[in-house]
Write a protein that binds this ligand. Structure first.
Ligand code: PPS
Length: 308
C-alpha cells in the first residue's frame, strides 16, 4: 500500500509533469496544475452520507486531526491505526500525485465506509454531493502567521508545490493568496461563515495545543462517541507531537524523498504556536497585521498567534 514501493517508478515520471508545476486558477482559486487539470472529476465526486470531511487550509494541523479522528473511530484502540499510513487511511480528495499512485477520487471509490476524507479546498469549491448527503465536517484553522511559516518550509520540501523562493518573497505571495489553495483569509472566513448552515465543527490549532484532551472530547461528541477518560488519555498520548513525529505512519516518511524531501524540512517540523516570531521581520509583521485588520473586519472569527 505504501507509496515507497513505487519510488523507483516515480523517478521515471517526467519531472515537468508533476514537479514544481505552476498554479492554475479554478473558479478563481489557484491550485497546482495536476489538481486543476482533473477538476471535473473532483467536482463530480460522489460523497456518501457517512463520510467525514476533514477540511483545512494547508498546514493547519490536518494530519493531527486525521490521526485523532481515526483513534476515535476505532473506539480508542490506537493499535488499529497501524494498519496503514495516514494518507491511505484518510485519503486526500483532490490529491493527484504522480502515477502509478492513484488520485484521491479513485482511492476513495474503493475505500470502505465510513470514510475519513481529507481536503484543503475552500468551502466554495467542495463538491456539492457532500452537502446533498449532509456529511459531517471538521474544519481546523491555524493563525495566519504560523500557517505561512509552516507552509514556507513545506513548499521547500514538497516538490509537488511551486518553488517558494526566499522567505521574504514567500511572505508576499502568502499574503496575496498567490499560493496553492489560495488566500488564507478567504479560506478561514468561507468555512467560518458556512459553519451554521451545515454540520461543521470549527476548531483551532491553538486550542488543540492549549488543551488537546478538551479538543479530543469535542471531536468525540461531534462524532457521537462516548469514550472513557482513560481512552481520551491514550488518544492524547498517541497523537502528541513527539509520538506522531516518531510514528512512520504519521510522519510521511513512507513518501519517497523525490516528492517529500525531509532532509530539507521534516513534515513534523516544530508543532508550535508562535514560531512566526522567529521568521517575521518587524515590517512584515506590520504589513500582515494591517492586512489582517482589513480582511477580518466585521467578522466574529478570532485567532490567537502567541504562546500564552
Ligand atoms: S498538510 O500538509 O497541509 O496536510 O499539513 P498539516 O498536517 O495540516 O500541518 C502540518 C503542521 O502541523 C504540525 N503537527 C502537529 N502539531 C502539534 N501536534 C501534533 N500532533 C502535530 N501533528 C502535526 C506539523 O508539525 C506542521 O506544523 P509546523 O509548524 O510546520 O511544525
Amino acid at each position: 500500500m505504501s507509496s515507497l514501493v513505487y519510488s523507483n517508478i516515480l523517478l521515471q515520471v517526467p519531472e515537468e509533469t508533476f514537479y514544481r508545476v505552476p498554479l492554475i486558477p479554478v473558479h478563481g482559486v489557484p491550485l497546482i496544475k495536476p489538481i486543476a487539470t482533473s477538476w471535473e472529476r473532483i467536482e463530480k465526486f460522489q460523497a456518501r452520507s457517512d463520510d467525514l470531511l476533514i477540511a483545512t487550509y494547508p498546514k493547519a494541523g490536518t494530519t493531527w486531526m486525521q490521526e485523532i479522528v481515526d483513534c476515535i473511530m476505532n473506539q480508542g484502540e490506537v493499535e488499529k491505526t497501524s494498519r496503514a499510513p495516514i494518507h491511505v487511511r484518510s485519503p486526500f480528495l483532490e490529491g493527484n500525485p504522480p502515477p502509478p499512485i492513484k488520485c484521491g477520487v479513485d482511492v476513495l471509490k474503493v475505500t470502505p465506509s465510513p470514510r475519513m476524507v481529507k481536503t484543503h479546498l475552500p468551502f466554495a469549491l467542495v463538491p456539492e454531493s457532500f452537502w446533498h448527503q449532509k456529511c459531517k465536517v471538521i474544519y481546523v484553522a491555524r493563525n495566519a502567521k504560523d500557517s505561512a511559516v509552516s507552509y514556507y518550509h513545506f513548499a521547500q520540501m514538497n516538490k509537488l508545490l511551486p518553488e517558494p523562493g526566499t522567505w521574504d518573497e514567500y511572505a508576499v505571495k502568502f499574503l496575496s493568496g498567490d499560493v496553492a489553495w489560495g488566500n488564507w483569509f478567504s479560506h478561514v472566513l468561507g468555512w467560518w461563515n458556512a459553519r451554521d448552515k451545515h454540520d461543521i465543527l470549527y476548531l483551532f490549532y491553538e486550542d488543540m495545543k492549549e488543551d488537546p484532551k478538551r479538543e479530543i472530547r469535542k471531536v468525540m461528541k461531534f462524532l457521537g462517541k462516548d469514550l472513557s477518560e482513560d481512552v481520551v488519555e491514550k488518544i492524547h498520548q498517541h497523537t502528541s507531537f513527539t509520538a506522531m513525529k516518531e510514528n512512520p505512519l504519521t510522519n510521511y516518511s513512507s513518501i519517497p524523498s523525490s516528492v517529500l524531501d525531509q532532509s530539507l524540512s521534516p513534515f513534523m517540523r516544530k508543532g508550535e504556536v508562535g514560531d512566526w516570531m522567529n521568521h517575521f521581520t518587524e515590517s512584515q509583521n506590520q504589513i500582515f497585521d494591517e492586512e489582517y485588520r482589513k480582511k477580518m473586519e466585521g467578522s466574529t472569527l478570532m485567532f490567537r498567534c502567541k504562546v500564552w
